[in-house]
Design a binder for this molecule. Structure first.
Ligand SMILES: NC(=O)c1ccc[n+]([C@@H]2O[C@H](COP(=O)([O-])OP(=O)(O)OC[C@H]3O[C@@H](n4cnc5c(N)ncnc54)[C@H](O)[C@@H]3O)[C@@H](O)[C@H]2O)c1
Length: 355
C-alpha cells in the first residue's frame, strides 16, 4: 500500500496519505491514535449512504465514538449557511478541541469540512477521506479549505492541513464517468507540469479501462507531486502556481459558460491544450507538445476544444480579471517540455491574439 508523506513548513504539519484498495473497511488501525475521542463524519447525500456505515464501524472498532452529519451534494453546499449547520452539529455532539472531524466525500465536502474543523474552537483534529478522483489527487492534499461567498468562489478560506488522508481507490467504482474524467484531467496535468514518466505511463496505458488497475500507483504519484509543491510553497506564494497549468482559459470558460456547465477538470483539459498551443506560438513550448496532450486527453474521453461561439474578447477580458493577473499581465503557466513548466506573463492583447 503506497504511503505518501506531506510536510508543510510553517504550518507545523506532517501527515501521511494512505492509498490502496479496500482501505476503508480496514481503517480501524489508522484511527487508533484517536481512541477514546469523539468524531463527527461529514458526508454528502451521495457518499453517506455508500460509505459512512463502513467508516462508522471502523471508528467504533478503533474505540472512537462517532456520529454522522449529511449535507446536500454539490457546489452550492460550500456556503456559510451549511457551514453554520456543521458548527451546530459539532456543538450538538459536544465536540471538544481534542475531538476529530472527518470529511467523507469529494472536494466540496473536504473544503467545507476542513474550514469548519479549522475554525470550530480554533481548530480540531481533521482527517480527509476523499472519494472523488479530483479530491484524491488534488483537493484533499495541501490544506486549502474554504467556503464560497455569494460574491465569489472560495472567498472565505484558510490553510488547515489534515492529520491523515485515507484514499480508498475502490470508492471510485461508484463515481460517475464524467466525474472520473474530470479527475483524469488533473492527473494528466501532473504529468504535463512535473513528470514526463507519469505522462508516458498514462499514454502507454491508453484508456480509462487499462488505467483502472494501476490507479493506486498513479494516484500515489500525483499525491507525491502535489506534496512536493506543498513542501516547497506551503502558502501558495510562488511555485505552487504551476498547478494552475490550463487554468487561465479554464476559469474563463467556466465563467463564460456558467459554473457547472463544464466540470472544472473538463475545463482544465481544454485549457491545457490551449496553453500548450500558446506556448508553442510563443516559442516557450516545443512544437508537437500540444498535439501530444490533445491525443492523450482524447484517448481518455476528455474534450480538448473550447465550444464554438464564445467571444475571444470576452474570454480575454475574463482572463485579465483572473486572480493570477498582476496589474495588466496574466501569469500563464506554459510547458518548457512535457514534465516541466514556467509561468509567462501575458498582456490582455497577447491573450486576445492567442485565442
Ligand atoms: N482545496 C483544494 O485544494 C481544492 C483543489 C481543487 C478543487 N477544490 C474544490 O473541490 C470542489 C470540487 O470537488 P469534486 O470535483 O470532488 O466535486 P464534489 O465534491 O461536488 O463531488 C462530485 C459529485 O460526486 C459525488 N460523489 C463523491 N464521491 C462519490 C463516490 N465515491 N461515488 C459516487 N458519488 C460520489 C458527490 O456527491 C457529488 O455529487 C470544488 O468546490 C473546488 O473548489 C479544492
Amino acid at each position: 500500500m503506497p504511503i505518501v508523506t506531506v510536510s508543510a513548513p510553517g504550518q507545523e504539519s506532517r501527515y501521511d496519505i494512505h492509498i490502496g484498495h479496500g482501505l476503508l473497511a480496514a481503517a480501524a488501525p489508522l484511527f487508533a491514535p484517536y481512541r477514546g475521542r469523539r468524531a463527527m463524519i461529514v458526508a454528502d447525500e451521495h457518499t453517506a449512504p455508500l460509505y459512512a456505515g463502513v467508516l462508522l464501524a471502523q471508528l467504533e472498532a478503533a474505540g472512537v465514538s462517532a456520529g454522522l452529519t449529511t449535507l446536500p451534494a454539490g457546489e452550492t453546499t460550500k456556503c456559510p449557511e451549511q457551514l453554520s449547520r456543521l458548527y451546530d452539529a459539532f456543538l450538538d455532539a459536544h465536540l471538544t478541541r481534542t475531538d476529530l472531524v472527518i470529511a467523507l466525500g469529494g472536494g466540496v465536502i473536504g473544503d467545507i469540512t476542513g474550514y469548519a474543523a479549522c475554525t470550530y474552537l480554533r481548530g480540531v483534529h481533521f482527517v480527509q477521506v476523499p472519494t472523488t478522483l479530483l479530491a484524491q489527487v488534488d483537493s484533499s492534499v495541501g490544506g486549502k479549505v474554504a467556503v464560497n461567498h455569494p460574491r465569489g468562489k472560495n472567498l472565505l478560506g484558510a490553510f488547515y492541513q489534515p492529520e491523515l488522508v485515507l484514499i480508498d481507490c475502490d470508492t471510485l467504482r461508484t463515481l460517475d464517468a464524467r466525474q472520473v474524467g474530470a479527475g483524469l484531467g488533473e492527473v494528466i496535468k501532473y504529468g504535463c507540469i512535473a513528470d514526463a514518466a507519469l505522462f508516458e505511463r498514462i499514454e502507454a496505458l491508453g484508456s480509462r479501462e487499462a488505467l483502472l488497475p494501476a490507479l493506486d500507483e498513479v494516484i500515489a504519484r500525483c499525491c507525491e507531486i502535489k506534496a512536493d509543491y506543498v513542501r516547497r510553497d506551503p502558502f501558495d506564494h510562488g511555485v505552487r502556481m504551476q498547478l494552475n497549468f490550463g487554468h487561465t482559459l479554464a476559469h474563463a470558460l467556466e465563467n463564460a459558460m456558467g459554473y457547472g456547465t463544464l466540470l472544472h477538470g473538463e475545463a482544465v483539459a481544454i485549457g491545457m491544450v490551449a496553453a500548450a498551443r500558446w506556448g508553442e506560438a510563443l516559442g516557450v513550448t516545443p512544437a508537437g507538445c500540444a498535439e501530444r496532450i490533445r491525443r492523450l486527453l482524447t484517448a481518455y474521453d476528455l474534450m480538448t476544444e473550447r465550444p464554438e461561439g464564445l467571444s475571444p474578447d470576452a474570454l480575454a477580458a475574463t482572463m485579465a480579471l483572473d486572480k493570477k493577473a498582476e496589474g495588466a499581465v496574466v501569469r500563464t503557466v506554459m510547458l518548457t517540455e512535457i514534465g516541466a513548466c514556467t509561468a509567462v506573463p501575458l498582456t490582455p492583447d497577447q491573450l486576445r491574439a492567442l485565442l
